[in-house]
Design a protein around this ligand. Structure first.
Ligand code: SF4
Length: 332
């Protein structure tokens, strides 16, 4: 518990909620095939997007009332939101562990400013090291910029630079070892992410999911590794290279759900509060913020919402319903 006077926000399954994922925009400069169509999405009207002051206020309420300890900025692509470093400074002042997930394309110009503004950790998406495949997967020829962004992020002095790699069977599962090697060579931790049913083109199929066991087997066939005992609610399972080559992780959302330890809630760019990435309902905080509700009233809304949080996603159940929003409209 960090903030004096704060109390734990506990969901119906006795999980303490401590982490807020904030999508600062639904827009993106990439068109990743597992996320959005080539033509992009119908962007949210600017008037519906939360201002920095509104985002800061809601985050502050979470910290002051419920002792939230972590905030992660996501998108769309958070770095394309104008003046993003101003928001980072505001949130850093709340004294939380502040992280960002980015596609890395603009980092070569922005990494130092983000670090100076108070960003502590950064996850950079990189699903392939092959230029042509990168262009096919993201519909942008930006691999060189992303690799340069990773290099600059390492220089910028973030606590941790991590790589997020979504694995899709038949697309980049042949690069698991190459990406793991990249992480070893560059001294960054690669997290392989199982393909999730959140794409806009409804192309997700279970057959395209490469599960944790398969990913770990591929890595272990190249290097001896050992499990790193889990600590806390972090979604990734970690392995350590026995030769001192660092650590590598898998986020097994589909094959080995980790919902039992979930401590996360989300805020969309248009101010909707979600208790789960796959939630099918959400709670309008924008209306409450703009209707002049007090901090206490908004804090009660957050508590009411968390009171409806389910045990976990239902991807593996016949009655699974995909959320209406896609990944770019929720944030990772
Ligand atoms: S799927 Fe939902 S409940 Fe499960 S870990 Fe993710 S956000 Fe939490």
């Amino acid at each position: 518990m960090t903030h004096p006077g704060a109390r734990d926000l506990i969901d119906p399954f006795d999980r303490v909620v401590r982490d807020l994922r904030i999508s600062v925009t639904d827009r993106c400069n990439f068109r990743c095939t597992y996320c959005m169509p080539e033509e992009g999405m119908q962007w949210m009207p600017r008037s519906e997007i939360l201002t920095f002051e509104e985002i800061e206020r809601l985050a502050r309420i979470c910290v002051e009332h419920y002792g939230f300890e972590g905030i992660r900025l996501t998108g769309g692509e958070p770095t394309i939101r104008a003046h993003i470093t101003r928001l980072v400074s505001k949130l850093a002042a709340l004294g939380v562990d502040l992280a960002m997930t980015t596609n890395g394309a603009t980092l070569r110009n922005l990494a130092h400013d983000l670090r100076q503004a108070g960003l502590q950790r950064i996850n950079i998406s990189l699903d392939t090291l092959d230029r042509d495949k990168f262009a096919r997967m993201t519909r942008r020829d930006e691999l060189a910029n992303v690799l340069e962004g990773i290099a600059v992020a390492k220089q910028a002095g973030f606590d941790r630079v991590k790589i997020n790699a979504v694995v899709e069977r038949g697309t980049n599962d042949d690069e698991i070892v190459d990406l793991a090697r990249f992480g070893r060579d560059e001294g960054v931790e690669v997290r392989f992410i199982e393909f999730m049913p959140l794409d806009a083109s409804d192309a997700w199929q279970r057959a395209k999911v490469v599960g944790q066991d398969e990913i770990v087997a591929a890595i272990a066939s190249e290097w001896p590794i050992e499990v790193v005992p889990a600590t806390g609610a972090a979604p990734a399972n970690l392995w350590r290279y026995l030769d001192g080559g660092g650590t590598v992780g898998v986020i097994p959302t589909v094959t080995k759900p980790f919902c039992g330890d979930c401590d996360r809630v989300r805020l969309t760019a248009d101010g909707q509060f979600r208790t789960c990435l796959f939630a099918t309902d959400e709670f309008d905080m924008r209306e409450a913020l703009r209707a002049g509700e007090t901090d206490d009233e908004i804090a009660r809304r957050i508590e009411t919402a968390v009171g409806t949080k389910w045990a976990g996603h239902q991807i593996n159940q016949v009655h699974f319903i995909r959320p209406k929003r896609t990944m770019s409209q929720i944030g990772g």
